[in-house]
Design a protein around this ligand. Sequence first.
Ligand SMILES: [Zn+2]
Length: 217
Amino acid sequence: MKKQTLACLFVAVAIVTVMVAGPRSAAASHFTHWILIRAPFSGYWDRFGIAHPSSHHTPFGGDWGVDFYAPPGTGGTFFIANSNGLPAYGVVADRRPSCGGKDWAGWAYRFGLYDSSGYRGWYLVAHVSETNSIGSPYYLQPGTTIYNGNFIGWTAQYNYSNCYQVTNASGVHWHIEAFQPRHYSCYFPYPSGTYLVSGQDMGAVGSNATAPRRPCW
Ligand SMILES: [Zn+2]
């Protein structure tokens, strides 16, 4: 009996210790619930080690950005989820050319992300093609509500430019960014070249990361 009480005490101490110490990741320790941003297709995360979210540029003003690679003509889908299973959805905030000036490298779509807490931030995909190889056009009107599983568009290879430095099909990618208005959104810390399956977690908005370009987990 006495032994059992002691064991219970140890368990209680262990639980309290875990609660005080908390999760190791600074960002995770502040999360209550957040919106997960998931891979729009199966492909390579920073395939060539030149566009990792720890350092990649964010020309659209995001907290982090990454290049995510797949062959030309790959279809991309809007995959998101609230981390607690609550309803979550997006709204097409804007659609504009991915590159400025005369350079053309597809469309950039920015999706506002919402759940039961309201607006949490945004997720952007650039270099989106609105036609596929069989020529059927597809277009998302700004203001449209978009749900998990809805189609976005295709990958394509565009002409090389300063803005789009791709010389062959292996370099075809979507540039991805995420942003949240308070604190910073964060990314999953995959090493460069990791192959992600469509729908796998890429990052989150609604985090309490204390700086841009930080991993969530
Ligand atoms: Zn990029």
